[in-house]
Design a protein around this ligand. Structure first.
Ligand code: NAP
Length: 251
């Protein structure tokens, strides 16, 4: 039997990350379920193990260099060198520009951009050694601009430039890099947006679905399906792409 490929999914305790982790495990990968604290990852890990897959919980802050180094070392020791990386961890600190604090700006840049940079840098050498790798970065339709999200939209647009550059630099080592830009996906993140706007989540979903061509909001599994494609063996000639998974055209 050939060894399982090792994947790291950041922000995988819940939401989109949890769905991606479960999907990659069912695709046959050993999965490091990484989130701010290891205990919060236990639900995702248990679901994978109960379904016959292999997973470990890893507690780490992706915006912290030492924390990232320790996390990747743990994955190497317990599962092997990671050759699939899904940079999914994310936060929102929404506010109109005139009210946005420097901390709101830095926190969002720190998790999305610094986090993806640190994780990609720590993992790329295992991919280059293996002559094979897949990096998938979570962007957003907000990359195209979204009221109240100057920090988040800048970070998510940045993820697209970062992705294309990784594709250019790492391609000759058999490593692809692609980005997924989700539209409205039903998770705690969108529930928090509804709460901030003072709208019932069910109402918010109904209103959002009516603006989406396929007439529904997205589920974490919609993103997991796309991540599974990008991480697959057969997607080796697809690199530097951004796919909007938003129930309609967005670019
Ligand atoms: P979510 O439910 O809020 O989950 C995000 C996860 O990331 C949480 O488990 C969170 O942990 C973790 N996280 C936050 N900061 C971290 C850090 N510094 N280090 C490690 N983990 C950290 O969000 P989601 O909706 O699943 O979103 C996942 C990704 O998709 C994000 O990058 C988001 O920007 C993007 N996205 C989402 C949507 C959407 O509609 N939901 C649309 C477009 C793009 P804690 O719980 O401990 O904070």
């Amino acid at each position: 039997m050939t060894a399982k490929k090792v994947a790291i999914v950041t922000g995988a305790a819940r939401g989109i990350g949890a769905a991606v982790a479960k999907r990659l495990a069912s695709d046959g990968m050993a999965v490091a379920v990484l989130d701010l604290n290891a205990e919060s990852c236990e639900g995702t890990v248990a679901a994978i193990n109960e379904a016959g897959g292999k997973a470990i919980a890893v507690g780490a802050d992706v915006s912290n260099e030492e924390s990232v180094a320790a996390a990747v070392e743990k994955v190497v020791a317990e599962l092997g060198g990671p050759t699939v990386l899904i940079n999914n961890a994310g936060i929102i600190r929404d506010n109109m520009l005139f009210k946005m604090t420097v901390d709101d700006w830095d926190a969002v840049m720190g998790v999305h951009l610094r986090g993806a940079f640190l994780m990609s840098k720590a993992c790329q050498k295992h991919m280059v050694d293996a002559g094979w790798g897949r990096i998938v970065n979570l962007s957003s339709t907000s990359a195209l601009g979204n009221r109240g999200q100057a920090n988040y939209s800048a970070a998510k647009a940045g993820m697209q430039g970062f992705t294309k550059t990784l594709a250019i630099e790492l391609g000759k080592f058999g490593v692809t890099a692609n980005a997924i830009a989700p539209g409205f996906i039903e998770t705690e993140m969108t529930a928090a947006t509804a709460a901030r706007m003072g709208v019932e989540f069910e109402e918010f979903k109904k209103f959002s679905a009516a603006q989406i061509p396929v007439n529904r909001v997205g589920a974490p599994e919609d993103i997991a399906h796309t991540a599974s494609f990008f991480a697959s063996e057969g997607a080796g000639f697809v690199s530097g792409q951004v796919v909007y998974v938003a129930g309609g055209p967005k670019d």
